[in-house]
Design a protein around this ligand. Structure first.
Ligand SMILES: Cc1cc2nc3c(=O)[nH]c(=O)nc-3n(C[C@H](O)[C@H](O)[C@H](O)COP(=O)(O)O)c2cc1C
Length: 397
């Protein structure tokens, strides 16, 4: 692919020595046998540009991710593990063989450009809509629960692109086991697709969070009530992933506060550090924690959420990745102060394909265009200029 060659040369002749105060971001990290060359990671970003119906990736996705291959690690956009797990229009899947083949375009392009990419494994639970469900019926969750807000159904519903959420139904015990098997299958598929690892999406109020959060989970069996019970599903999914992949190829994402559907927990300062503890001692690749309450992020250097992050870091024994409204300067400081080992950037990576190179030379930065975040075509996706391509010759690719 011409595109890959362009990126391979971009990697080779880009000097990533830091001329500014960000040098902490450019120390390599070793995660088992995986060398991560810097601490500027790309956060998972749903862009809703997969093919309608089949939820496949295309050469456009390969270009987008290859452009961002200088990230220490790319975490892919959230990717549904099953049809039941889809909750937004045009998001990719990893459960069919056709989807695996389509993802190979992406993983090959990223590797050819010198990068590394993990697949974010996703089940939205209640934040779905009957139009996405294989049986056309209610979405599933830990409990009967109706998320706040609207489902992004695109063109799958005559009243779209958004329609109100409908009440989800509680998974039965047998169905819980079946969903765990879907995660296991997706992990296998991700390995077949050439991903370097997976990130379990246990964040943002989606299915795993719907088990963890006390204000959603009203079960009275071994999956509800006590904190131990609410964390049981997370533990089962991680156990299954570890049976399929080496532990150092499995990361986990958690968000103590905020997320889709307005779900919440009565005591996030207890629940999330306990989740971090459950994940410790397993040799996992990393724990990735979002400090922001929403995409806008938390303001200021320290908040209640940041205290929870610190408690989570203290309870986890591996690489700790922070994310959420952190400037490159703050990110470097977090690493210097030992508050994180790496920092993931969402919107800044979306708009700056060569974010590490830009940070290393202290900018300038492109501004993200919110109007093109979700859905659409190449515009706002692969046409953000890089330092080496100010005129953006790839626009025509
Ligand atoms: C367009 C967009 C799509 C996102 N998609 C995902 C996603 O697929 N999975 C996820 O865990 N978080 C997702 N997020 C949250 C980001 O990963 C990140 O946590 C958030 O943008 C805050 O980080 P930032 O301040 O660096 O942008 C998304 C955010 C945005 C703006």
């Amino acid at each position: 692919m011409v595109v890959n060659d362009a990126h391979a040369s971009l990697q080779k002749d880009t000097v990533m020595t830091d001329t500014t105060a960000h040098s902490a971001l450019f120390e390599p990290l070793q995660i088992g046998d995986l060398t991560v060359p810097n601490r500027v990671w790309m956060a998972p970003l749903t862009r809703s540009r997969s093919t309608a119906g089949d939820n496949l990736q295309t050469p456009l996705h390969a270009l987008y991710y290859a452009q961002r291959a200088s990230a220490g690690l790319i975490v892919s956009e959230a990717t549904q593990i099953s049809q039941q797990g889809q909750g937004y229009a045009w998001t990719p899947g990893i459960f069919t063989d056709e989807q695996v083949e389509s993802w190979k375009l992406v993983t090959d392009a990223v590797h050819d450009a010198g990068g590394r990419i993990f697949c974010q494994l996703w089940h939205v639970g209640a934040v779905s809509h009957p139009v996405f469900q294989p049986d056309g019926k209610a979405p599933v969750s830990s409990s009967a629960w109706t998320p706040k807000g609207e489902a992004f159904v695109g063109d799958r519903h005559p009243d779209g692109p958004t329609v109100p959420h409908e009440e989800a139904r509680a998974l039965t015990r047998e169905e819980i086991d079946a969903v765990v098997e879907d995660y296991r299958h997706a992990a296998r598929q991700a390995a077949r697709a050439g991903f370097d690892g997976v990130e379990l999406h246990a964040a943002n109020g989606y299915l795993i969070d719907q088990f963890m959060r006390s204000n959603v989970n009203s079960r009275d069996d071994e999956f509800g009530g006590s904190l131990e019970n609410r964390l049981r599903f997370l533990g089962m999914v991680i156990d299954a992933l570890q049976e399929e992949l080496p532990a150092n190829r499995i990361g986990v994402r958690l968000t103590p506060i905020g997320g889709a559907g307005g779900s919440s927990d009565e005591k996030p300062e207890e629940t999330y550090p306990a989740a971090a503890k459950l994940l410790a001692g397993r040799g996992l690749a990393y724990l990735h924690v979002v400090r922001a309450t929403d995409h806008g992020g938390a303001d200021g250097e320290r908040s209640h959420g940041d205290d929870i992050l610190q408690a989570m870091r203290d309870n986890f024994d591996g690489v700790f990745v922070a994310n959420g409204n952190l400037s490159p300067e703050q990110a470097a400081r977090w690493i210097e102060e030992g508050r994180a080992d790496a920092v993931a950037f969402g919107r800044q990576f979306l708009a700056n394909p060569d974010l590490p190179e830009r940070i290393a030379q202290d900018g300038p930065y492109n501004e993200p265009d919110q109007d093109t975040f979700y859905g659409g075509d190449a515009h706002g996706y692969v046409d953000y200029p890089s330092l080496k391509r100010p005129g953006d010759p790839l626009r025509a690719a």
